[in-house]
Write a protein that binds this ligand. Structure first.
Ligand SMILES: *Cc1c(COP(=O)(O)O)cnc(C)c1O
Length: 410
């Protein structure tokens, strides 16, 4: 029999939350008891059928899962090579994959008797998903958001407020996502008794990276079944866009031990992976350090200062990447590439025209890589990309970049 510990990519992290040299929990003494309680409660919920039954019921009736696996016939014909499938997670309630994870964490919070949920958000997508599920369950919701992002992301700030959340603009540091994460951690320590910290990607101290991955793995589990039904076999290549890495980890994880399945993560290359760091490609252009309670690849300057990064897609500008991706990168199990703003914009338009699907700018990075490799591959090669978000939120940014004059509501 195979020894799971040594021959599987799926058993990690170890009991200290480490994926090789990455992950772990770099937190203050005061935070440690909270993290340990969360870990214990999650371990218990994970093997409790009632927990997963409740989750499945909400996934079916509230989120709209399973999301379809769609053969992109027009795009495939246009590219003239591999067969391209899209996992349609943009059809979920709230328009992206984030709600898969938020539901899991909030069901856990309810089991733990917590009544107040806090979250950090950059572009606002995770804040909106959290505010949504809090409204459904009548929980108090406080979202920390960099003051700069509050200004840039007004529609999402308004959505969160409509849903009853309190949005706290963070002015400490440089007023960005990193500072919002620090303030959320501080809030958690101060309000231990009633508060649950809901993290939006596969980052943070252990057990968050593993827990968020487990909740998002519904994506890959569905793809396995749906691809069997459609093609009678597994896909040859999986491709997903990476901000912190949660939608990608969710697609990849159930396939990690299928050695013939090629796995590619796509980072935001912004204006190019250059020395000026006008990109968000933590693996392609960063180096290991500690952020948000875990060790992973980060965008940093020569003095170890965390840099903000840049991308056309606000949802991809997280300065780090989940520690499991860092490990998959260093072990060589997955490949990581970067796609520029310009390439993502081209993929955006191609998807609209060939498929009648207006995609979010984040998955356009994955799609742009599909357009690069598909033409060189044979017609029986199957690619599955994760269409992790819809593009309604991005049409103003795209119009601006294409030089199309448009005023909001006009
Ligand atoms: C937030 C977001 C991302 C980036 O987050 P991951 O954790 O890397 O998945 C990507 N796509 C969409 C649509 C998002 O909303």
């Amino acid at each position: 029999m195979m020894n799971d510990l040594f021959n599987s990519f799926m058993t990690g992290p170890d009991d200290k939350g480490r994926f090789g040299q990455f992950g772990g929990r770099f937190v203050s003494e005061t935070l440690m008891p909270l993290i340990l309680e969360l870990e214990e409660q999650y371990e218990r919920a994970k093997t409790d059928q009632d927990f997963w039954d409740e989750m499945q019921d909400l996934w079916t009736h509230y989120v709209g899962r399973p999301s379809p696996l769609y053969f992109a016939e027009g795009l495939t014909a246009h590219l003239g090579g591999a067969k391209v499938y899209m996992k349609r997670d943009e059809l979920n309630h709230t328009g992206a994959h984030k709600i898969n994870n938020v539901l899991g964490q909030i069901l856990l919070a309810r089991r733990m008797g917590k009544t107040r949920i806090i979250a950090e958000t950059g572009a606002g997508q995770h804040g909106v998903a959290t505010a949504t599920v809090c409204a459904k369950f009548g929980l108090k919701c406080v979202v920390y958001m960099g003051a700069h992002d509050v200004e840039r992301q007004k529609p999402n700030v308004f959505r969160m407020r409509l849903l009853g959340a309190e949005v706290v603009p963070v002015t400490s540091g440089r007023g960005t996502l990193k500072d919002a994460m620090n303030d959320a951690l501080r809030d958690w320590v101060t309000n231990v008794r009633d508060t649950f910290y809901c993290i939006g990607t596969v980052a943070g101290p252990h057990p968050y990276p593993a827990m968020v991955r487990d909740f998002q793995s519904i994506i890959g589990k569905e793809v396995r079944e749906q691809m069997q039904a459609a093609e009678g076999r597994l896909p040859d290549t999986l491709i997903a866009a990476i901000g912190g890495g949660s939608n990608a980890m969710g697609l990849f994880h159930p396939f990690l031990d299928d050695k013939d399945v090629r796995i590619i993560g796509v980072e935001a290359g912004g204006k190019g992976v250059n020395a000026k760091m006008e990109h968000c490609a933590s693996l392609t252009g960063g180096r290991p350090g500690v952020l948000h309670g875990n060790r992973t690849y980060l965008l940093q300057d020569d003095d170890g200062q965390i840099l903000e990064g840049y991308s056309i897609s606000a949802g991809l500008d997280y300065p780090g990447i989940g520690p499991e991706h860092s490990w998959l990168h260093d072990t060589g199990r997955a490949e990581y590439v970067a796609i520029t703003d310009v390439e993502a914009l081209e993929a955006f338009q191609l998807c609209c025209q060939t498929e009648g699907i207006i995609p979010a700018l984040e998955p356009c990075h994955a799609l742009a890589h599909v357009t690069k490799i598909a033409p060189e591959l044979p017609g029986d090669h199957i690619i599955c990309m994760n269409m992790c978000g819809r593009g309604d939120k991005d049409i103003f940014a795209v119009a601006r970049h294409l030089g199309f004059e448009m005023s909001e509501g006009g």
